[in-house]
Design a protein. Structure first.
Lengths: 788, 290, 170
């Protein structure tokens, strides 16, 4: 439990401070992109390909241009004249803005229709006549790697994008050869889509007089966008100091609002050409069909160990379906993200992983679903296989985990794949979860039920997450290092404004960052205004995704506050006519050692910074910090899920779900818990409901919410949450990230529970989503399906 | 997601509405709009004229009269859901209305619209088949009563003439010993059925079944009346063996397609399972004096 | 283009406009009346972000034509607070952390208000059933349920004895 050290009047760390953001949202006064209206604003809508792979024979815009109110139709040919028909991806591949001759995925952008309003734009889109020559589509990445498979990319030698490997292949091979037990499974984690309730969009406003571009945009990383736009449009005369990216209120991001989508670029081009503001807002079908997906990893996972339950080695071979271009928003040195966290919470000596990225005729992406760069895939692999190994040797899965956990005294722990875990106490978290759920009683109940033919399962996921990208020696996005920033300015009346390089999409930064500063300086958090998202005012940062804000910008807030405190001490010494070394800091004030009645508050000091600062010292009281984290942070947890399976329908009912999370120090317990609730729902849904499905011709079968299934309050379980607190030793306030832990850890708990329920029948693995038909097919196969 | 342009009119009477329908073959009725408007937003339906019948008085009512439960065609699902009369005497209908879409859609969606749309995935058609209901339709030439078995003729196709408007749905009135249930398997709230079974039974004082209606949802191109299953129940005491036999027969007449909701084999098994469950629920309700 | 003249009361104010029949109520509110608190989240009447009260009933305004609301009464999130005081539902969402990104919140609150007006003391199951037409991606629904329970308690107390509402926070 993070104990609050500050009083209620200050609301520093540990307070469940009510949210500052709520006032505008509760009154319907949020500033989301589609709320923005500018005088003369035009509307952009996009014509999209019905084919997954096709040559464009012709684009006839006569009918569209004859529609009153339609002003222009922009095609790849239009953009090619300015050489902006293609753009680089974050992984240094190439992505089309608009195609010149071939489309590579169904619903790909083919032309932009510019009109006076969105209704006319829709009519214009329906009136653009495109003739296509369909080509064979490549949909299965394994088939894509076979010799003779149709090529997805004309500009590439094959459908393989890259091969990546990590770890010691020979030593791992030896370990497997020497192992008493080995287990292996093919585990497929299908494509899913983050589906924030707000879709993506922008308003681009080009000022032809000032040659200035303002781009309001659903982006989680406004500065990175500004720099990328500057680089890509430099040849057109745009310049970074005259580009302003504003990320206002964002209705959910989860990684889906990190990439640069063609719609943004077309809108910018349209605004430059017309000199008018241009709005582009995608509808839900476009969002599901064309925007960045996540997962789509075909994994072959092997574990080696001894019959006494000791795990010795891990090997994973993965085929990664990336769509038609590699546009995953990974740090540039890591094409498979942080997948090599897959040794998980266990003291494994040897490991080797390899991933092959593959092109297919699907939209690009790969990591946009609350998952910190492939960590969900990694955790799912190790936690599923831990259960497989435990069951295979006949050991209780909780006991198995306890036996193999990295022990508290082993931290900082260097994993077999090279990560240095900062801190952890895995056994305590699992024990707590077991107590909360009543584990031993449940195992007894399961045995009784099994004897009667009832199918009940208990699944554990004891995950280690890896967040807070990241240290500059290893982490960059397109070359820009992954520091983050905080700039604080204290006003004469003792209030403050703090700006950050991150960008909240619901994570309550306006509330929680102020709490960090309040903790450090004693200024009440209600007196600290927090801003993010405007590149003209905010210090440079890499944005909010992969649970990095608290580890990077949160740390920067702390360090910047301490820089201010250092200057404040000098001013206090001046005011108190004492030596600096005789002053003691007691949250909110400096007092003279031994004479506590001789003090100056931070407010006194702030005022003095402008009215009575020491001669020779600069006026003002402010600081900025660009924080280069020395390491990532490693939040962890143990989740236990209890399921009951309906033998008639195959339906899986989650009876209970206990989640014990450890993210170190909790800045705002209420906010942290809310993040976990939401994360659990986004772990539960892929486990049982969500899947982006294509047929063999690349047609998307789940292009809307009728078939892409988001859970309602009825399906979503009632989460039971608990915590342990193991601070991060290297973070200034001991905090780790937490936003994605639950999404990373939950699917394996649910999958393990279902397999646990059916293991005795012979079931070893079920790929998520674990739908009733899938379960029923197994029940039927093993002769235990009933019809009542 | 913007509909194409169309004309709009909101008549105040049934006769005005059907006159307009008669005149214009490209006109469509707008009742709840919860099926029609989404189709128009996707430009899958493009009527050039919408006839909004929501201003016509006297089309929303629920009353028992002369051996029939009579429901006005414009009666909203929520209204059906909240009716004590339906809850206590027509449990099959009560179950069904609650399974239509979600609570917000149910505030506007109408019973008449659900039937007129004739989507085999809609919930009410199978239920009306199980009840042996009748549909009252009005045209400029007058009114006719269509037995439900003659109402559905194809996917999204009813036997209504273009110039006919459903005005009332009639369900045989409750009698002591009648009960029913709707068992629907859906992937989540708001989804169409993977499969669903509607069951309406009447038992006499000795516990023998004197009427059985069994309707199947979304396991064929049209809602299906499981006649053989029905016949196997009539004249019987509904014990386990009889119930399973009926379920078997219901499964045999289902014509499910394999799709994202499940394989043909799975859906057929579901029909059997849901038939058993619906019958058992209906019987339990009778035991409780319902 | 053919337009119809429509009149309606929105959040207590009378409004008049000329609209195409195809104009959806949600676009009418957002674009003609600048009431952008009601949001659009999907194409298939699934997500409920567009929920408003029409003639006292919560409906998905993306699946209602503006012309259908002619002569009617519409209430949106902007009309919840009265005289600078939060509606109990707004207070509940704030106190119980029932929102994160805020995008589904207006629709969720409108549904919740109607739910509580219809059923002043709902069970948790009834609340979850009642909001099953509103999707949220951020909260996992736990705190939304708590927010609605909080509001229900407050509204029941108010109906017993009239009380001052919470201040709207700036």
């Amino acid at each position: 439990m993070t104990q609050a050290q500050t009083p209620d009047t200050v609301q520093g760390i540990g307070h469940s401070r009510k949210r500052v953001e709520d006032a505008r949202f509760l009154q319907g006064r949020g500033n989301f992109i589609d709320d923005l209206k500018l005088p003369g604003m035009l509307h952009l809508s996009i014509v999209r390909s019905p084919y997954a792979h096709a040559r464009i024979k012709s684009i006839n815009t006569d009918r569209a241009m004859a529609t009153p109110g339609v002003l222009a139709v922009i095609t790849g040919e239009t953009l090619k004249q300015f050489n902006v028909h293609n753009m680089p991806t974050l992984m240094s591949d190439t992505q089309m803005v608009l195609p010149v001759d071939t489309v590579k995925y169904q619903y790909q952008e083919v032309a932009g229709v510019l009109a006076t309003d969105r209704y006319t734009a829709a009519d214009g889109v329906a009136a653009v006549d495109v003739e296509y020559d369909p080509l064979p589509a490549v949909v299965d990445p394994k088939k894509a790697l076979e010799p003779g498979a149709p090529k997805v990319r004309d500009d590439k030698p094959s459908n393989q994008i890259w091969h990546w490997e990590w770890g010691d292949e020979q030593k791992t091979e030896q370990a497997f050869n020497q192992a008493e037990v080995t287990v292996a499974e093919d585990i497929y984690i299908p494509r899913i889509h983050v589906s924030s309730i707000e879709t993506c969009g922008c308003v681009a406003q080009w000022d032809p007089v000032d040659k200035h571009l303002t781009l309001w945009m659903t982006t989680q990383a406004p500065h990175a966008i500004r720099t990328v736009v500057a680089l890509v449009t430099a040849h057109l005369g745009l310049s970074e100091e005259k580009i302003r990216v504003i990320s206002p209120d964002i209705g959910g991001g989860f990684g889906g609002k990190v990439p640069v989508y063609p719609g943004y670029v077309i809108a910018v081009a349209a605004s430059i050409v017309t000199g008018k503001p241009v709005k582009w807002i995608e509808n839900r079908t476009e969002n599901l069909a064309a925007d960045s997906f996540a997962r789509d990893y075909h994994m072959h996972v092997e574990l080696a160990g001894q019959t006494d339950g000791t795990l010795t080695a891990l090997r994973i071979n993965t085929i990664a379906d990336h769509g038609y271009t590699d546009a995953a928003a990974n740090p540039s040195k890591f094409p498979a993200g942080l997948f090599h966290i897959c040794t998980g919470s266990y003291n494994l000596k040897d490991a080797f992983v390899e991933v092959d990225g593959v092109y297919t005729n699907k939209p690009p992406g790969g990591i946009a679903y609350r998952c910190s760069f492939r960590v969900t895939e990694a955790v799912h692999a190790i936690e599923r296989m831990a259960d497989v190994m435990a069951h295979t040797i006949g050991m209780d899965p909780a006991e198995f985990r306890m036996k193999n956990f990295i022990k508290p005294e082993q931290f900082p722990y260097k994993s077999a794949l090279g990560w240095e875990y900062d801190s952890g106490n895995y056994g305590a978290a699992l024990r707590k979860a077991m107590d909360m759920v009543g584990y031993e009683d449940l195992r007894r109940e399961q045995a009784e039920k099994r004897a009667r033919g009832e199918l009940m399962g208990i699944g554990i996921s004891s995950f280690t997450e890896i967040v807070g990208a990241g240290p500059s020696k290893d982490f960059d996005i397109l070359g820009i290092k992954m520091f983050d920033s905080c700039e604080i300015r204290v006003h004469p009346t003792g209030k403050a404004i703090a700006r950050f390089g991150t960008k909240s999409q619901g994570q309550a930064h306006e509330t929680t960052y102020a709490q960090i500063i309040a903790e450090e300086l004693g200024i009440p958090s209600d007196h600290i205004k927090v801003e993010e998202g405007d590149t003209d005012t905010a210090p440079y940062g890499l944005g909010t995704y992969a649970s990095r804000s608290t580890p990077t910008a949160g740390a920067a807030a702390s360090i910047a506050s301490r820089k201010i405190r250092d200057k404040a001490k000098k001013i206090a010494a001046h005011l108190l006519e004492a030596a600096e070394e005789d002053l003691v800091w007691e949250r909110g004030k400096f007092y003279v050692k031994g004479s506590p009645d001789r003090f100056k508050t931070i407010q006194d000091i702030a005022f003095a910074a402008y009215t009575n600062h020491p001669q020779g010292m600069e006026a003002g009281l402010e600081a900025v910090d660009y924080y280069d984290p020395p390491n990532l942070t490693y939040p962890f947890g143990s989740y236990i899920c209890v399921v009951d399976i309906d033998r008639g329908t195959g339906a899986v009912k989650v009876r209970r779900f206990v989640a014990v999370d450890d993210c170190g120090v909790r800045i705002n317990p209420m906010v942290v818990e809310g993040q976990i609730h939401g994360g659990l729902a986004m772990g539960f849904a892929p486990a049982l409901l969500e899947e982006i499905i294509y047929d063999e011709n690349g047609n998307l079968l789940t292009p809307n919410f009728m078939d892409y299934l988001l859970p309602t309050a009825v399906e979503t379980p009632r989460w039971e949450t608990g915590e342990t607190v193991t601070p991060s030793p290297h973070h200034p306030i001991g905090a780790k990230g937490v936003g994605e832990s639950a999404t990373v850890g939950a699917p394996a708990a649910i999958a393990n529970a279902v397999v646990d329920a059916l293991w005795h029948l012979g079931v070893r693995n079920i790929d998520i989503p674990i739908t009733p038909p899938k379960v029923w097919a197994l029940l039927n196969q093993y002769g235990v399906a009933v019809e009542e | 997601m913007i509909p194409p342009p169309f004309e709009y009119v909101a008549p105040k009477s049934i006769s005005e509405a059907v006159k307009i329908l008669d005149r214009d073959t490209n006109a469509k009725i707008l009742a709840g709009g919860q099926s029609l408007i989404p189709l128009m937003r996707f430009r899958l339906a493009s009527p050039t004229l919408l006839i909004d019948i929501n201003r016509i008085d006297g089309l929303e009512y629920i009353r028992e009269e002369v051996g029939w439960l009579k429901i006005g065609a414009l009666t909203r699902e929520t209204h059906l859901d909240r009716s004590d009369l339906i809850e206590s005497r027509y449990p099959l209908l009560a179950d069904t209305t609650r399974m239509v879409a979600d609570p917000l859609v149910r505030n506007l969606a109408t019973l008449g619209g659900n039937l007129a749309h004739a989507d085999p995935a809609n919930d009410h058609p199978a239920t009306m088949l199980a009840y042996g209901a009748r549909v009252v339709a009005t045209s400029p030439s007058g009114t006719r009563v269509i037995p439900i078995q003659e109402f559905f003729v194809g996917p999204f196709e009813s036997s209504l003439e273009h110039n006919e408007l459903i005005t009332e749905i009639q369900i045989p009135a409750y009698q002591v010993g009648s009960s029913g249930a709707y068992a629907k398997m859906e992937r989540k709230v708001g989804d169409f059925a993977t499969a669903a079974v509607a069951v309406q039974i009447q038992l006499d004082r000795s516990g023998q079944c004197t009427y059985a209606g069994v309707g199947l949802t979304n396991v064929g191109l049209m809602p299906i009346k499981a006649a053989a299953a029905e016949q196997s129940l009539v004249g019987q005491v509904l014990n386990d063996a009889v119930i399973h036999k009926a379920a078997q027969l219901a499964g045999e007449v289902a014509e499910p397609q394999s799709d994202q909701r499940g394989t043909e084999e799975y859906k057929r098994a579901l029909v059997r399972t849901l038939t058993v469950r619906a019958l058992r629920t209906a019987l339990k309700r009778l035991d409780r004096g319902g | 283009m053919n337009t119809h003249k429509i009149t309606m009361t929105v959040n207590g104010q009378t409004v008049e406009a000329d609209v195409e029949p195809r104009m959806l109520l949600v676009h009418f509110l957002r674009e003609k009346l600048n009431l952008t608190g009601t949001h659009i989240g999907c194409d298939t009447t699934s997500c409920g972000a567009c929920t408003v009260q029409l003639n006292g009933t919560p409906v998905k305004s993306c699946t209602v034509l503006a012309v259908q609301a002619d002569g009617g009464v519409v209430n949106t999130v902007e009309g919840l607070a009265q005289n600078g005081q939060y509606h109990p539902i707004q207070e509940g969402f704030r106190e119980m952390h029932g929102l994160q990104c805020g995008f589904c919140t207006p629709g969720m609150m409108i549904t919740a208000v109607s739910l509580l007006e219809q059923n002043p003391d709902p069970t948790e199951d009834e609340i979850r059933w009642g909001i099953s037409g509103n999707l949220c991606r951020c909260t996992g629904y736990v705190n939304i349920v708590k927010a609605i329970q909080y509001a229900g308690e407050k509204m029941r107390a108010q109906n017993a004895v009239p009380q001052a509402n919470a201040e709207v926070h700036p």
